[in-house]
Design a protein around this ligand. Structure first.
Ligand code: BYC
Length: 325
């Protein structure tokens, strides 16, 4: 319904030849699959879907924080935020390149985003209302991203796994800068503390939902885990995020907005409440608070950049003509 299902006739079940056995053997032995290797069409499509959506998330994800670049509270904070937002742009570019190795073009991927055929992370459809939101994004959203992305450095597709190594190192700096903003606010004046709490109240549940639907409703979990594209399920990573983040909130003196949150001695994990999944599905259907604004900004940027693409093509033509003259 809200997902791009791989058709049964595209699944690897139909690929029974010797190449399929070599592929399956590599997956079993955790040997990476490289662009020139044979792969089932459904594996290629699944990767293309996930990597291109990941790339779009990095690019659209620049927008909420960029909203505060001109209003950062000091020159130092502005420089740090500028570097962080530029890193996200770089992540998008590595990921588009990784996806291009699967036989598509960046133009096609960007068209898919602008025509709403491809998704990007739900989290970037929420507004950044105060400076504390910049701290909350770094702390919670980049924190969630690291938990999701570290396993991707070990995923079965070589170009994706390698791109994720540098991305994770940069995400770690992003998480620390966000936490540092939160520390400053939480230990500041009562008004600043209240701003930090308000940002946590608004970003907590969208961050918990960022890991995707519950396993029972996840269309791709099972197959993607079998192919080692995903090494952990959505719920397993979500639990890890909750377990890791609660002590950080405690250290900040902030309260997680979940009355059902409690430590479970038997499982050695936190129990937590159920996110509002109807909100998640509305957001991924395009009806979140900022979906229209975000896609509008990307469309405007694409149109404004048309002259750069035309100039690059004209230059390439000129170089080719000179070479053949
Ligand atoms: N938002 O079967 P499922 C960053 C879709 S950016 C929207 O579980 P899958 C940063 C899903 O696509 C980093 N849609 O799917 C940047 C599928 O629909 P389709 C972002 C979502 O793929 C700037 C349907 O729901 N990280 O760090 O097995 C500033 C069923 O879901 C979402 C990544 O992209 C969602 N949250 O698992 C700051 C990580 N969740 O495609 C920070 C890479 C699910 O069939 N991606 N859907 O139409 C992944 O790890 C996986 O794709 C997911 C979902 C865990 C997200």
């Amino acid at each position: 319904m809200y997902t791009q299902l791989v058709q049964p006739d595209e699944s690897s079940a139909g690929d029974a030849g010797p190449e399929a056995s070599v592929f399956e053997d590599k997956i079993d032995r955790a040997v990476t699959i490289e662009p020139t290797d044979w792969m089932p069409e459904a594996y290629r499509k699944t990767l293309l879907r996930q990597i291109s959506q990941h790339a779009h998330s990095e690019i659209v994800g620049m927008l909420p924080e960029a909203n505060w670049l001109t209003r950062a509270p000091s020159l130092e904070r502005k420089l740090i935020l500028l570097a962080k937002v530029q890193d996200e742009g770089g992540h998008g570019l590595y990921l588009y390149s990784a996806a291009e190795t699967l036989g598509t073009s960046r133009d096609d991927m960007i068209d898919a985003l602008l025509e709403k055929r491809a998704k990007y992370s739900s989290i970037f459809n929420y507004p950044t209302l105060t400076w504390a939101d910049v701290g909350a994004i770094g702390w919670l959203v980049d924190g969630a991203a690291i938990i999701n992305q570290i396993p991707l450095t070990q995923c079965s597709y070589g170009p994706y796994a390698r791109a994720m190594v540098r991305i994770c190192k940069e995400e770690s700096f992003h998480q620390r800068q966000g936490y540092d903003v939160m520390v400053t606010l939480a230990r500041g004046t009562p008004e600043q503390h209240a701003m930090a709490q308000d940002a946590l109240d608004r970003w907590w549940w969208p961050s918990v939902m960022m890991f995707g639907p519950p396993d029972a409703e996840s269309a791709h979990n099972e197959q993607s885990m079998r192919w080692k594209i995903k090494l952990f399920s959505n719920d397993a990573l979500r639990q890890k995020f909750v377990d890791q983040t609660i002590p950080q909130a405690d250290a900040l003196g902030l309260t997680i907005p979940d009355p059902d949150l409690r430590w479970n001695e038997a499982t050695q994990h936190y129990d937590f409440g159920t996110p509002d999944w109807s909100e998640f599905y509305e957001v991924i259907r395009g009806n979140g608070p900022c979906n229209r604004e975000r896609l509008g900004a990307r469309r405007a940027a694409h149109e404004d950049g048309a002259w750069v693409r035309e100039a690059a093509l004209a230059y390439e033509r000129k170089v080719r003509e000179r070479a053949t003259a």
